[in-house]
Design a protein around this ligand. Sequence first.
Ligand SMILES: [Zn+2]
Length: 202
Amino acid sequence: MTSHPDSSGPARIGPNSIIRMAEALLEQQGEARTAELFAAAGLEAYLTVPPSTMVEETEVIRLYQAVRAGIGLDAAARASWEAGLRTGDYLLANRIPRPAQRVLKVMPAGLAAKTLLQAIGKHAWTFAGSGRFSAEAGHPVRITIADCPTARGVTADRPLCGFYSATFERIFSTLVNSASKVTEIECSAAGAPACVFEIRWK
Ligand SMILES: [Zn+2]
């Protein structure tokens, strides 16, 4: 795993995990409920001034815990998925260079996936926090995040990390194969050693 140059401080995660969750909640739950959920996480200030740099991962963990506690697992899953899709859109619009996108789109899917996984691995420090990223190319592609932030501090009967599944799905379905679907097949919130995401397009 590549480390952020400032890896001596607290683990940090890109602000999309918070900004896009705010957008998803506003759309799905309305302003009052969104304000309650952010207040429960102690993050209400972010609704007025969204974070512009990476945030401490403890804030992300707190927000996703507060959302699950406040609106239940099903509604939280819908919000997390929407936040992930929006994060994927943001990355495609602002972070993944257009020339690289054009090249990936014309490559055979397997090769595009392999190339994309290498790029994602280099940037894992921007989304996994202190979680540990690894990936296997092939079909299905398998991405593993040990100590995944959105599964931290919670026990559930199902996988909870739809934020990551949806981000991967938006990026793979745009750049690798439009039929790409992501399933989190194991989640540490449900007792697995790590969160495992499987990506299939055939
Ligand atoms: Zn998980």
